[in-house]
Design a protein around this ligand. Structure first.
Ligand code: ATP
Length: 229
């Protein structure tokens, strides 16, 4: 459904992503685990077109998006929740969500988004900057979902968030995956969160995948070793 083939990217003289290949099925949740600086954010930026690819292919349902502008990639069904959330702090919760809505929605937020994250309904008139970290993360996810994606990328969603909210986010993601038939790729350093949600696990090390296994066979101690070196 979503396929990455021989993807290469980097900054200036330095190559960061080395020939990455990945196929993700519809409704599958894949976790990309790795320490700081291993290339998770660079991979996601390349998938979104924030950073140009050097070579390789990125396809959604067979459509090549690798040469498109970011907004065209979004129109083709990919959405991104960046590390640090990047919500608009001077805009209200409602306005933040509306930035993700397609024109045809005419500014109306789908009920199901508020059903997934009731706190966002309660806080819809508040400025984004006044929300807690966990609420901001839910807002960033809702804003991405407003674009009606087929593939959702989440970059370290648990960073700086308290454990009870992490559990809520895990539950919402599993729910939305079923509800929307969504494919999810999540980058993380927190293994407990991904063990809760992922169907498949990969470890990225210096821009290459060095470990891959399914939920049934996952070797948590090996992944932990990669995360702690
Ligand atoms: N704008 C940039 N210019 C040059 N090099 C960069 C830039 N951003 C990241 N890098 C380098 O690319 C490599 C991968 O960084 P990246 O941010 O993708 O890692 P990460 O796995 O997402 O880690 P983190 O959790 O710290 O964001 C690192 O060596 C980093 O120093």
């Amino acid at each position: 459904m979503f396929s990455i083939t021989n993807l290469v990217s980097g900054y200036g003289q330095s190559q960061v992503i080395h020939d990455i290949n990945l196929n993700v099925e519809k409704t599958e949740i894949v976790a990309i685990m790795g320490r700081n600086g291993m290339g998770k954010t660079t991979l996601f930026k390349t998938l979104m077109g924030v950073l140009p690819r050097r070579s390789g292919s990125i396809r959604i349902d067979g459509t090549e998006i690798g040469a498109m502008e970011s907004y065209q990639r979004v129109e083709n069904g990919i959405a991104y929740v960046p590390q640090g959330r990047m919500i608009f702090s001077h805009m209200t919760v409602l306005e933040n969500i509306q930035t993700g809505l397609p024109a045809k929605a005419r500014g109306k937020v789908p009920e199901e988004l508020y059903a997934l994250f009731p706190v966002l309904y309660d806080m819809r008139g508040r400025k984004g900057g006044n929300l807690s970290g966990g609420q901001q993360q839910q807002l960033a996810i809702a804003r991405a979902l407003a674009t009606e994606p087929k593939v959702l990328l989440l970059d370290e969603p648990t960073e700086g968030i308290q454990p009870s909210i992490i559990k809520d986010i895990a539950r919402s993601l599993k729910e939305i995956r079923t509800m929307r038939q969504l494919t999810i790729i999540v980058s993380e350093q927190v293994l407990s969160f991904t063990l809760d949600i992922a169907d498949r696990f990969l470890v990225i090390d210096k821009g290459r995948f060095v470990y891959e296994d399914t939920r049934a066979n996952v070797d948590a101690p090996t992944i932990s070793r990669y995360l702690s070196v």
